[in-house]
Ligand binder design. Structure first.
Ligand SMILES: C[S@@+](CC[C@H](N)C(=O)[O-])C[C@H]1O[C@@H](n2cnc3c(N)ncnc32)[C@H](O)[C@@H]1O
Length: 293
């Protein structure tokens, strides 16, 4: 008897815990469904563990004790949705992020881009634009910028506005200068910005050929044919199905032999899309479109 009791109570405990977990999942799904139906933002196919963590953080910050309570608040208070939006669309970025990636772009991808009379680039999930400005500098130094058009898009309108301003914190310039040098920068980094108060205002000519706009990879389609697509550190937050859908979108948006660049922790391995791309600089997650259209 003394042995049977703990076994059955631990069984009951496990069953209760599984039920809690199931209830929690239902609450999260209902909350995401409500956000989609009311606000049109579709987070339903984002990776569950990560989205749950962020929703929970927002629930705590709002002082509510469950996902259902958070749902009530989000539905009736659009400012709560604004705050949640910032939690859900993670904005970590920097200039010349992963300098060896930008060096590979310069040394290995640029020679192919050079062969095109006009170059179209899609920078998807560009956040506040640090990567876009980095790419513009690189292409300027390689003499390609004048014949390039960069379409820089993000789900989050607030960060697009920041990107359009082209002003970044002065406190970051030391880190960015080092990144720039490691990425094979040919000039002095400080030539690209003017310091004003605590901000660094980047040369507006870097934005001349950039078109910033809102675009949602989950719900919006393609809008041109590109020679290079960068989508770094975005799909990491998507579940496998959504990753496959977005990779399909990129595949159909690339010109023959066009390049796709992903983030350091992202991969095509074991995705349905793996055969559609050929590794080009594998260690930097740069791929090429595999087949002809
Ligand atoms: C971590 S940041 C990466 C920024 C930049 N690419 C980099 O690697 O430094 C992820 C960005 O993806 C955007 N994002 C998330 N879901 C998206 C979606 N469905 N469509 C477009 N952008 C999305 C977020 O708003 C955020 O700006």
């Amino acid at each position: 008897m003394s042995r049977a009791a703990p076994a059955s109570s631990s069984g009951t405990y496990r069953a209760l815990k599984e039920k809690d977990t199931e209830v929690e999942r239902v609450e999260v799904e209902l909350l995401l469904e409500a956000i989609f139906r009311v606000y049109g933002f579709d987070f339903r196919s984002y990776a569950y563990a990560s989205i749950k963590r962020r929703l929970w953080r927002r629930a705590q910050a709002e002082g509510v004790a469950s996902f259902s309570a958070l749902q009530e608040r989000v539905l009736h208070d659009p400012t709560c949705m604004d705050r949640l939006m910032l939690d859900l669309s993670i904005q970590v970025t920097s200039m010349f992020r992963d300098p060896s990636f930008f060096l590979a772009l310069r040394r290995k991808v640029v020679p192919s881009l050079r062969t095109y009379p006009f170059i179209r680039v899609w920078h998807a999930g560009c956040s506040s634009g640090e990567e876009v400005f980095s790419l513009a500098m690189l292409l300027k130094e390689e003499g390609l910028y004048a014949r390039t058009r960069i379409y820089a898009t993000d789900l989050n309108e607030t960060v697009i506005k920041v990107a359009k301003n082209g002003i970044f914190p002065l406190s970051k310039m030391q880190e960015y200068t080092i990144n720039y040098q490691r990425a094979g920068g040919l000039r002095s980094f400080s030539e690209y910005y003017t310091a004003r108060y605590d901000g660094a205002r980047f040369d507006p000519s870097l934005m001349e050929n950039v078109l910033f706009s809102q675009h949602n990879l989950v719900t919006d389609g393609s809008f041109s044919e590109f020679h290079l697509i960068l989508c770094r550190n975005v799909m990491i937050y998507f579940d496998r199905n959504l990753q496959n859908r977005v990779l399909d979108l990129f595949h159909s948006s690339l010109a023959n032999f066009g390049f796709l660049a992903l983030g350091r922790k992202e991969n095509l391995r074991q995705t349905e899309s793996e055969p559609k791309f050929i590794p080009f600089v594998a260690e930097e997650k740069i791929f090429r479109r595999a087949d002809k259209k």
